[in-house]
Design a protein around this ligand. Structure first.
Ligand SMILES: Cc1ncc(COP(=O)(O)O)c(C=O)c1O
Length: 385
């Protein structure tokens, strides 16, 4: 099943990294649930020695996600945080990182509470303002770590301009592409050096696996990540690798519907009298709508809206029936959450205020249900506000 160099995105999602199983012809890559491999003679084996180091199911997924993101190599980890932790080992004591100021709360916690103990330093800036990014660079800056759109207020960073700026300063651009998915945007095409995902979200897409990947471009990064994936050992299991591999086959189909439902819900909420503001890059009122149109294909399934108070948010969240009140995102079912007390509870309150995460803010991860059912559920819940 040879992919030509012309293969389009959906074809790559379905086939890249996978060959029919050589022993049986099984069209789906099997779950190689084994810890070790028998060697034919001393020093004679099939390239597989021990399953932390090599596993065919994981390696198929790694080839698949690398091709999907247009990168040279992929590495799969036990969670999105393990993937980010592995990338952080590219840094050395004394290095400095510039980070999007409303990055995922768990990323902030890793940087702020763990990695600062190893003499790494972090400056948080609004990376949609590249002048501010440039001012934050120091002689020791080694990484610019960007999330776009940001969670949950959907600020956008210009990826091409960020890559150019980073490279002028000999800094790597790292993009956490979890929120958008590679259907919506492919940061390596804009010049990113490293892309990471929590595969827990859109790549797996079915809310039944926790995992993470890193996709790398530079030879030195690829060599180091291969080494550290084995050395630290936070690998993705064969079963989870298989689940994500199944998920990426339908990524384009799912993302088309996530995009449609995200836009339809944003428009519905923007027109509702009880909603004060909607954060969604697909709305013409979004301050970076034009940039979003340039670098995104559709605008994704994530949106947030302001109800004005904790009490209003509580009434809505307790009244929805089809929208599931839960953390996480990117699954086929629609989730609704309260960032201030859920995903961003570990972010100090004054920082939450600075980045617009008020007590009245509600986030939706639009799933793939019938849009009329989602609108009806929100309608009845807003009546309770
Ligand atoms: C943008 C982003 N990056 C990374 C992570 C961490 O991923 P995981 O929960 O798989 O460790 C998350 C989790 O919500 C996320 O939203």
């Amino acid at each position: 099943m040879k992919l030509t160099s012309r293969a389009r995105f959906s074809t790559i999602c379905l086939h890249a990294g996978q060959e029919p199983d050589p022993s049986t012809g099984a069209i789906i890559t099997p779950i190689y649930q084994t810890s070790t491999y028998v060697q034919e003679a001393l020093g004679v084996h099939k390239g597989f020695e021990y399953a932390r180091t090599q596993n065919p199911t994981r390696m198929a997924l790694e080839g698949n996600v690398a091709a999907i993101e247009g990168g040279r190599a992929g590495f799969a980890f036990a969670s999105g945080m393990a993937a980010i932790g592995a990338m952080a080992t590219l840094l050395k004591a004394g290095d400095h990182v510039v980070v999007s100021d409303n990055t995922y709360g768990g990323t902030f916690r890793l940087f702020d509470k763990v990695l600062t103990r190893y003499q790494l330093s972090f400056t948080y800036v609004d990376t949609s303002d590249l002048d501010a990014v440039e001012r934050a660079f120091t002689r020791t800056t080694q990484m610019l770590f960007v999330e776009t759109p940001t969670n949950p207020v959907m600020r956008i960073t210009d990826l091409r301009a960020a890559a150019d700026l980073a490279h002028r300063h000999h800094v790597r651009l790292v993009v956490d592409n979890t929120f958008a998915s590679p259907y919506v945007q492919r940061p390596i095409e804009f010049g990113a050096d490293l892309v990471t995902h929590s595969t827990t979200k859109y790549l797996n897409g079915h809310s039944d696996s926790v995992g993470g990947v890193v996709i790398a471009q530079r030879d030195d990064d690829i060599e180091w990540l291969r080494f550290v994936q084995n050395a630290e050992g936070a690998i993705l299991s064969p079963f989870d690798s298989w689940l994500v591999l199944r998920g990426t086959k339908t990524l384009p189909l799912r993302m088309q519907r996530h995009n449609e439902n995200g836009l339809a819900l944003a428009e519905f909420l923007a027109a509702h009298p009880k909603v004060r503001h909607v954060y969604y890059p697909g709305l013409p009122t979004h301050p970076q709508h034009d940039l979003a149109k340039r670098q995104m294909r559709g605008f994704g399934g994530m949106l947030a809206f302001e109800l004005g108070s904790l009490e209003a948010a509580r009434r809505l969240l307790n009244a929805v029936t089809l929208h599931a009140l839960a953390e996480s995102l990117g699954g086929v079912e629609t989730l609704i959450s309260h960032p201030a007390t859920m995903t961003h509870a570990s972010v100090p309150p004054e920082r939450r205020r600075e980045i617009g995460i008020t007590d009245g803010l509600v986030r939706i991860s639009a799933g793939v249900e019938d849009i009329d059912d989602l609108k009806e559920d929100l309608s009845q819940a807003l009546a309770a506000v």
